[in-house]
Design a protein around this ligand. Structure first.
Ligand code: AMP
Length: 187
């Protein structure tokens, strides 16, 4: 299955993605991880990406698209994958659609984690990652609302969207995700 997981910063996306890929036995394609890896290695992509990540902004579409397209064509993605944190903007979503349609491998479903914003901000402050400073968190939230939120409507229109209540324990949220996967399979 070719799946996408989206959700605001701090919604527990990474944790749920981990559980989901173990459950489905598919590779985990996280653009955030790919970018952090590029930064650690000091590649040109990493150097460019760092300024955007540190400012709580989106890395340019072409950069992440390139990373994702290179990854999706690898043999381990042949029977499916979970995209975590990509697409994050309408141009990314339409480019992904075009790329996958060209390969006759359209997406099977998109899960959107839904949370209470205030609770999420508390969670993120507790996590303490480099880009989790309060002012960066605020910027990442604003970026999400402006650029990523419109994807709900886009994917709902394509009958691919599954909204998941992401408030609760990791186990509770994962069980909702699993139910949505089962429902999708039975269709
Ligand atoms: P994440 O680990 O998914 O929270 O991503 C961390 C940061 O990496 C984000 O705040 C963005 O700056 C950048 N990033 C990750 N995925 C994307 C994407 N699909 N498009 C643009 N920027 C991204």
């Amino acid at each position: 299955m070719r799946l996408v997981l989206i959700g605001p910063p701090g919604a527990g996306k990474g944790t749920q993605a981990q559980r989901l890929v173990e459950f489905l036995c598919v590779p985990h394609l996280s653009t955030g991880e790919m970018l952090r890896e590029a930064i650690d290695k000091g590649t040109p992509v990493g150097t460019q990406a760092k300024q955007f990540i540190d400012a709580g902004k989106l890395v340019p579409d072409e950069t992440v698209l390139e990373l994702v397209q290179q990854r999706i064509v690898q043999p381990d993605c042949a029977s499916g994958y979970l995209l975590d944190g990509f697409p994050r903007s309408l141009p990314q979503a339409t480019a992904l659609d075009k790329f996958l349609t060209g390969r006759s491998q359209p997406l099977d479903g998109v899960f959107e984690l839904e949370v209470d914003k205030d609770a999420v901000i508390q969670r993120m402050i507790a996590r303490g990652r480099g880009d989790d400073k309060p002012e960066v968190i605020r910027q990442r939230m604003a970026t999400y609302e402006e650029q990523t939120k419109p994807l709900s409507e886009y994917y709902a229109g394509r009958k691919l969207l599954h909204a998941i209540d992401a408030m609760g324990t990791v186990d509770e949220v994962f069980s909702r995700l699993r139910q949505a996967v089962e429902q999708m399979k039975s269709r």
